[in-house]
Write a protein that binds this ligand. Structure first.
Ligand SMILES: [Zn+2]
Ligand SMILES: [Zn+2]
Length: 339
């Protein structure tokens, strides 16, 4: 089978390798599609070289079909169409003991800390596998992972029908949060500086605003009867986004931190005090978020296909990475991992 190896220094080599036989409790999945995530781009740029062993097969936003079952696996069958929740918790740390294994203190992320899905066949623990219903295609299945992130974020925000939400940052995750927020009946606004992303959001029926051209705070106050938004999602990862989030939330509003801020940001803590704001961290997903994402995908209420900008073969993976970083107008690129 084919596999793509990250070799450091923005180098990806695609070659032949032998499928890993599933050990006890594992399954081997023929990988159909694997999407490229922002995290994969970080790896490609060498920003995670301390964490990722080189050479490493990366990739985690996948879908596929079970080809082989390890010893003791029950509830799954060969031929099942599946997606993988790429988390391997330790099972014994304080977070795991509190049923927060998705933020395990020793969490291993499949496809970063272990080999990933940019290969013809991927062997993973069966506990990480979720089955896809007939109504979800394998292409859509490859979007379940980022969709589950959005489902987790919206659930953590406790967003309800009729509430107002502002999403700061309209990349793939921001767009998905906006679509999930709309599906629970919230009134959603996306703040995004890139015209291409605003145009796509608008085409999907999501209202947008360019914060560089419009006074975002005034805009949000005007559409919320001067109250501010019930929930604000910070997805931009920028200082400007952090400054905006405290200005946009209503009295006792919820601010959900989705972006990975690797630098210390300046936060208006006075505003947290003054408006009794609540800051909620939201990281990856729990099993129920995967089930919700699969149900949302099956319902057809979110046009997932519209987020796929291009599909390439595994041998074209390097080109796909280059396209994503060239500033080209892409949202998601899917990689066909087996023919
Ligand atoms: Zn991802
Ligand atoms: Zn743990």
């Amino acid at each position: 089978m084919r596999a793509a190896f990250y070799q450091g220094n923005e180098t990806i080599a695609v070659g032949e390798c032998i499928p890993v036989a599933p050990g006890p409790g594992d399954v081997r999945i023929r990988v159909a599609y694997c999407g490229i995530c922002g995290t994969d781009l970080h790896v490609y740029h060498g920003k995670m070289d301390k964490r990722v062993q080189i050479p490493q097969i990366i990739g985690h936003e996948m879908s596929g079909e079970i080809e082989e079952l390890g010893e003791g696996v029950s509830g799954l069958r060969i031929g099942d169409r599946v997606v993988v929740r790429p988390l391997q918790p330790c099972g014994s740390c304080p977070a795991c003991q509190r049923e927060l294994s998705h933020i395990c203190y020793n969490l291993k992320f499949l496809g970063l800390d272990t080999p990933g899905a940019f290969q013809g066949s991927w062997t993973v623990p069966a506990h990480a596998v979720h089955r896809l219903p007939e109504a979800v295609s394998l292409e859509q299945g490859a979007l379940v992972e980022p969709l589950a992130v959005a489902c987790h974020d919206v659930r953590m925000a406790e967003l309800r029908e009729g509430e107002s939400a502002v999403v700061i940052g309209g990349g793939p995750i921001g767009l998905l949060i906006a679509l999930v927020a709309r599906s629970v009946g919230a009134d959603v606004l996306v703040s995004e500086i890139h015209p291409f992303r605003r145009k796509l959001a608008e085409e999907l029926g999501i209202e947008t605003v360019d914060p560089q051209a419009t006074d975002l705070e005034r805009f949000v106050l005007d559409r919320t009867a001067k109250a501010g938004a019930d929930a604000v999602f910070e997805v931009s990862g920028t200082q400007a986004g952090v400054e905006a989030m405290t200005k946009l939330a209503r009295a006792r509003g919820r601010v959900v931190m989705v972006a990975i801020h690797s630098q210390l940001a300046q936060v208006d803590l006075f505003r947290f005090f003054w408006r009794e704001l609540r800051l909620i961290g939201a990281r990856v997903y729990e099993p129920q978020d995967y089930e919700r994402a699969i149900a949302v995908a099956a319902s057809g209420e979110i046009p997932l296909q519209r987020l796929v900008s291009a599909t390439y073969s595994l041998d074209e993976l390097r080109r796909a990475f280059q396209e994503m970083e060239s500033g080209a107008e892409v949202v998601k690129i899917l990689i066909r991992c087996s023919e």
